[in-house]
Design a protein around this ligand. Structure first.
Ligand code: ZN
Length: 280
């Protein structure tokens, strides 16, 4: 049964069942180790680690060990950038209602879409879903890099619509550093997809990079317009958190259910689905 669970479309093309067996065991060890290490190093909460295990398992099932490596690349680089100059980003974290320790909702927001596309790739046997899979990871990586590196910018970010200067960490704010990080995050996943995924060509990698960057841009646009905005009644902090200073925050704008996680989820979904529709 364990063979069936971790057997991928691609690994099934490998001659010899022993390769598949070794691959399955390595994948399983990789997922458990990754989730446990993420929890131990406080990159993930316990619920975040459980969700990472689920997402990792679905991705191995759908896209094999190569797909898992792509997920790891996202997870490891994002966690490192999260921890990088953490004290400098403390105010931003408070504003964004998130800490660098990710819970299950944050993991699902970024990993749920790639997991879904990986399963669709397996189910349909159509390489176009692999493209969507990689594009959605590229979007997650692009957006996470931008939101972890962007706040370190020396210049104040500007709102993408009004071009007015906004506080660091404000959704919809853009900076040169953040945009560069966003491009870098998308390019890394595109390059890795070209090396790891057998059905991704150079043209496919270009599509992944473009879709990933676009996904991050969509995140900025939704984040700066209809995303839920609140203010703390106690200290006046403009925050996305539901509670601050021990009190519930007051909604000041946006759609109540359009949380940061929802925005991440939607932008990953759009980044993955656009290339699928384009090539179908
Ligand atoms: Zn407060």
């Amino acid at each position: 049964m364990s063979h069936l669970i971790f057997l991928s479309k691609r690994s099934s093309q490998n001659p010899g069942s022993s390769t598949v067996g070794v691959e399955s065991i390595l994948s399983f060890i990789g997922i458990v180790t990754g989730a446990a290490a993420g929890w131990k190093l406080k990159f993930l909460t316990a619920s975040g680690a459980a969700m990472a295990f689920l997402v990792g398992s679905l991705i191995v099932l759908g896209s094999g060990i190569q797909g898992l490596m792509l997920l790891f690349l996202f997870f490891i680089t994002s966690s490192l950038f999260s921890a990088f100059r953490k004290e400098q980003k403390a105010g931003v974290e408070e504003k964004l209602a998130k800490s660098s320790t990710r819970d299950w909702e944050q993991v699902a927001a970024n990993g749920g879409v790639p997991a879904l596309f990986a399963i669709l790739a397996l189910w349909t046997g159509d390489a176009v879903w692999s493209l969507g899979f990689a594009a959605s990871i590229a979007a997650a990586n692009s957006d996470t890099w931008a939101s972890e590196i962007g706040p370190l910018s020396k210049e104040s970010p500007r709102h993408f619509l009004t071009l007015r200067k906004v506080e660091r960490g404000t959704s919809g704010g853009v900076s040169v550093l953040g945009t560069g990080a966003s491009a870098g995050g998308a390019l890394l996943i595109a390059g890795a997809s070209l090396l790891l995924l057998p059905d991704i060509s150079l043209g496919g990698a270009a599509v992944i990079a473009a879709a990933g960057f676009l996904g991050s841009a969509i995140d900025t646009v939704i984040g700066g317009t209809i995303q839920s905005r609140s203010i703390c009644p106690e200290c006046g902090l403009k925050t996305e958190a539901r509670a601050h200073c021990g009190r519930a925050t007051i909604q000041t704008g946006g759609i109540p259910w359009m949380t940061n996680e929802m925005v991440n989820f939607l932008s990953c979904l759009l980044a993955g689905i656009l290339p699928v529709l384009f090539f179908w």
